[in-house]
Design a protein around this ligand. Structure first.
Ligand code: NOJ
Length: 791
């Protein structure tokens, strides 16, 4: 950080010290009794002497009764070494459109974190979904600021009621993964205030104790040292009284404290130097005092000493099951093929039917308590195994000795190597026929490492690493025999040798298993043929399709990975009663859609997802979720299709679409989406009538006219004014999830918030005038409307 910037920040920091917080030495203020070193120890992470495997740790100041602090991921469950309840991915929570469910979801996270020895939860994440293929879309709460704001506020309340400090993240404009450590999100102030910041503001107003500053830069300045974000907006405009920590490794200077960053995580690379910076007069001690006091205030707010309730495994599992069912979205249901009336003559296809895709990857990954497969959940109901074919082969077969100079490398099962083995294999691999081979390195029992403990390279290029946290082409789905599975597709010419190296470092306590496998072009075709043959033999097909969203990398595109599209297309062509169950964290393209009978989006449904899936397919539960993100027909339709917007050019991603994010873009540019924001079908029908609008009060009657109980998310949209000083968009202004029995009706009363009538220009400016109030079942299924004068 240069000197001019530091001087400026010193001035900003002085303004930010509120009188209440600068009044030091009051009785009961432990900070005034701390040494400089003790204060600084509250401002950066340290090594936990008794780690539970969580992400962060502060030693506290025991002599003054400030306890040690453990900070844990994350948004879908508690991420420590031991198993925890794996909840459905937050995108599924967003799909419930239900703040009451968000509060319960938060409460489960809070209670569980408390039971598992944690104090601060590194969640919720509430970055707006801007790029449909961004790696972490599954972790966040959708593309609409009102929806995300209502849900995040409720979730924060739930987490904190249970006694954990909630950390809303990642502040701000951290909307994709590729280049996230350095990219600058170049976004104008109006767009920030209207689209990217409201959910953070809602979390702060709900009382969130902590905020995490993101990796990226915002308008050229790292978020972790961005005084405009951290001091002017967060503290100045919103009155935030908690503390701000950096994302892991996102601190870039000691002076970041002057911009409003209170805590460096996970270590003290820059903030440990605060001690000398204060002694040398470069940073005023009052700035350190303020930061330390913010931390202490939150710790005290949540109470010491801590009570640790016993883990309510069964209760949390029931809650996880309820959330998974509530977030499911029925995208398509031709001729009411769903719910199924039974499981006679039903065939099951697809890898995630047999290996449950519990959650996404990266820091939100949770080791589940257990996870049944959908295939087993269905078989349990059928009272017998159901016929199954993978359709796409993700496991392959061991590369045969004939293709390897080393002989087959398959040390699995009874041939596993002793615990603690470290071994390297080098040799040549030669393909028998020309084509695309999916090379796979598989194993278990390796040391835990960021890079992954078992790695394969081909001609010097890394093909995959088992267990790598980010990158490493490591799958979320285990092999059929429970091994980690990593790798990628390579084109090989017949008879041409390639140099390979495998390195494996075994952990001390478990046997090491290692296997080099591949899926040959012939095997790929055979898997497809088997699936088609099975589809022909059954009356109905349940076809599970997936993607593997993860932190650290965006998806290369919107298509289903692993050659799934041709398989879905061929199966749907072979059987007109093909029901596709999606386990994806975000939008995918569906070139086969017209041939399918139904599509049920289950997201990454958590450890109870299989049971919820089976219950929905069989009508024991009724889908009531709605899409919190728009599904485009093709990649080129997305607002971020131009490369200058995503992934950016020369390190700058220009948010030049402005407020036209998500459905606002598709509406404004008259682009027909594949599935619109707010879309979701039900096994029953809902009728809307009797709309009246008085001032900002909207009222209408909602009636369940079908023959099953079900939930409807009634949505109110507000059209833009005929003329405004800035371009405005039609937007979601209110919503309510309502459960109705067959024949039941309810009068719904909702209020249009002032923000929906306003735009930002140095403050919120209401545009009075005629506006269209639309009420409907999705953003593109409007049932009632009325033009009214609003002000
Ligand atoms: C980096 C991620 O961006 C953040 O969400 C997470 O909380 C930290 N790592 C700690 O694991």
């Amino acid at each position: 950080m240069d000197v001019d910037r530091r001087t400026l920040l010193l001035a900003t920091a002085a303004v930010a010290l509120s009188p209440a917080l600068t009044a030091t030495a009051s009785t009961g203020d432990p900070v005034s009794r701390m040494t400089l070193e003790e204060k600084v120890s509250l401002l950066h992470g340290a090594t936990d002497p008794a780690s539970l495997g969580q992400a962060g740790y502060l030693p506290g100041v025991p002599r003054l009764g400030i306890p040690e602090v453990r900070l844990t991921d994350g948004p879908a469950g508690i991420r420590v070494t031991r198993p925890a309840t794996a909840l459905p991915a937050p995108v599924a929570l967003a799909a419930t459109f239900d703040p009451a469910t968000a509060r319960d979801y938060g409460r489960v996270l809070g209670e569980e974190g408390r039971s598992l020895g944690q104090d601060v939860l590194l969640a919720p994440m509430t970055n707006i979904v801007r790029v449909p293929q961004a790696g972490r879309n599954f972790e966040t709460l959708g593309e609409d600021p009102l929806l995300a704001g209502e849900l995040v506020a409720a979730e924060v309340r739930g987490i904190q009621e249970a006694g954990l400090i909630a950390t809303v993240k990642h502040y701000a404009a951290n909307n994709f993964e590729n280049g996230r450590q350095t990219v600058s999100a170049d976004v104008d102030e109006r767009t920030l205030r209207e689209i990217y910041l409201p959910a953070f503001e809602a979390a702060v107003r709900a009382g969130a104790g902590a905020v995490m500053a993101s990796y990226n830069r915002v308008n050229g300045v790292y978020a972790s040292e961005n005084a405009h974000l951290l001091t002017e907006i967060l503290r100045g405009d919103w009155g935030f009284r908690g503390f701000v920590m950096s994302d892991w490794g996102a601190t870039h200077s000691t002076e970041a404290i002057l911009a409003g960053l209170d805590m460096e995580m996970p270590s003290g690379t820059y903030f440990a130097a605060l001690v000398t910076a204060v002694r040398e007069g470069r940073i005023p001690e009052s700035v350190v005092d303020t930061a330390a006091r913010r931390v202490v205030t939150q710790l005290r707010r949540f109470g010491t000493p801590k009570t640790r309730p016993p883990l309510d495994r069964a209760g949390h599992a029931r809650a996880a099951r309820r959330f998974a069912a509530a977030g499911a979205v029925l995208l398509r249901n031709e001729n009411a093929v769903l719910p199924l009336t039974g499981l006679r003559s039903v065939a099951v296809i697809g890898p995630t039917a047999r290996s449950p895709l519990v959650g996404g990857g990266g820091s939100a990954h949770v080791v589940p308590e257990y996870a049944e497969s959908p295939l087993d959940a269905l078989a349990r109901r059928a009272g017998r195994p159901l016929p199954y074919a993978p359709g796409v082969d993700l496991d392959g077969v061991p590369v045969p000795a004939s293709a390897l100079s080393t002989g087959t490398i398959d040390f699995t099962g009874s041939a596993a190597l002793p615990a603690g083995t470290t071994r390297t294999w080098t040799g040549t691999l030669t393909a028998p026929e020309t084509g695309d081979y999916d090379l796979r390195i598989q194993g278990s029992g390796a040391v835990q490492s960021f890079q992954g403990g078992i790695s394969l390279t081909l001609d010097g290029t890394r093909i995959g690493s088992v267990g790598a946290i980010f990158g490493g082409n490591s799958r979320l789905l285990a092999t059929g025999d429970g091994l980690g599975n990593a790798g990628t597709v390579v084109h090989l010419e017949a008879g041409q040798p390639h140099q390979f190296t495998i390195t494996a470092t075994g952990a001390a306590d478990t046997p090491l298993q290692v296997r080099l496998a591949w899926v040959t072009p012939a095997r790929r075709q055979q898997a497809l043929d088997e699936a088609v043959a099975l589809a022909r033999s059954a009356r109905t097909v349940l076809l599970f399709a997936f993607n593997e969203g993860t932190e650290g990398q965006d998806r290369p595109g919107l298509a289903l990975p692993d050659n799934q599209d041709p398989v879905v297309a061929a199966v749907a062509a072979a059987n007109s009663r093909t029901v596709v169950v999606l386990n994806t964290g975000d939008p995918v393209t569906m070139p086969w859609l017209d041939r399918t009978a139904a599509v049920l989006q289950m997201w990454y449904p958590g450890q109870e997802g299989a049971d919820a899936t089976a219950a929905l397919l069989l009508g024991e539960a009724n889908p009531g979720g709605k899409l919190p993100v728009t599904y485009p027909k093709r990649e080129a339709d997305a607002p971020t299709a131009p490369p200058e917007r995503y992934p950016g050019v020369n390190g700058h991603a220009r948010y030049s679409e402005g407020i036209f994010v998500g459905y606002r873009h598709y509406d404004a540019h008259h682009v027909e989406p594949l599935f619109s924001f707010g879309h979701g079908l039900s096994y029953t029908r809902f009728h809307y009538s009797d709309l009246s609008v008085h001032g900002r009060q909207v009222e209408f009657l909602l009636r369940n006219t079908g023959d099953r109980a079900g939930a409807e998310v009634a949505q109110v949209y507000l059209g833009p004014p005929a003329s405004a000083p800035v371009p405005m968009a039609r937007q979601l202004a209110a919503f309510a999830r309502v459960e109705l029995r067959p024949g039941e009706s309810r009068r719904i009363r909702l209020e249009l918030p002032g923000r929906a009538l306003s735009y930002w220009s140095g403050g919120w400016r209401v545009v009075p005038g005629d506006r269209e109030v639309q009420v409907g079942s999705s953003s593109r299924d409007i049932r009632l409307n009325r033009t009214v004068f609003v002000h």
